[in-house]
Design a binder for this molecule. Sequence first.
Ligand code: ZN
Length: 271
Amino acid sequence: MVTRRTLLAAALACPAICTVAGSAGRRLPPEARGLWAAGVTVAYGTRSLVVGHDAEAALLRDLASRADAAALTVSAVLRRAVRPLVLVPRTSAEAAALAGTGAVEGLAALASQGRVIVLPGAFARLTPVGRDVVLAHELTHVAAGTEGRPVWLREGFADYVGYLRSGLPTRVAAAELAAEARAGLLPSALPADADFAPGSPRLAQVYQEAWLACRLVATVYGEHALVDLYHRAAGQDLDHALEPLGLSVRALVTRWREYVRDELTGAKGNG
Ligand SMILES: [Zn+2]
């Protein structure tokens, strides 16, 4: 009884963050070993593990709690447990090395090899809601996979989950696309993979188009249908993946155009 009580009290009193200094790495969890030679700090959430390189404890603690919330959302959508591993390198060069890519400039976070990598500079410039959206977005990439799908589907699906609990009005989250829609410009085709290239002139708009295409599927057919479509699309062309919904790409585009117009301009469609 005493032992049990002591254990319970110890568990409750355990600090939210355990900071591990030094390079020996013996007390580091396996996921944190071998990343950097020194200055490795760790924060444990209820579901997440955050590993930083010379990172401030407050940042790691904040990330752990946001990653926990993101994990709950992603788990609910994918219907399975998700345990985020978040890495916080010191510089963008370190982030690029972790991700095995040269192009991380301007990113707040990215998904790579089962991990979410946060770039502290850009991440700090996001609003609190923006941080949650970005973490849930990247965690969706990690948990659901990205291979084999058209880029609009993987980015739209990640934004669908990312914005799900954000509370942001559609016209705020899709402000750039809303401006086009109000000017009478509506998309006529789903965004091509190349439209998502960094520096692309309508980058904001194509993300918003992709988001609304996925949200349309979830709204009309249910969230499970969107998730199933996402899984099917990994191994099939889009027309085949859409077939169980009674849709073709062409039919989806027609409905999506109306949806974009209705959601962003307030014009009443057929519902
Ligand atoms: Zn993404």
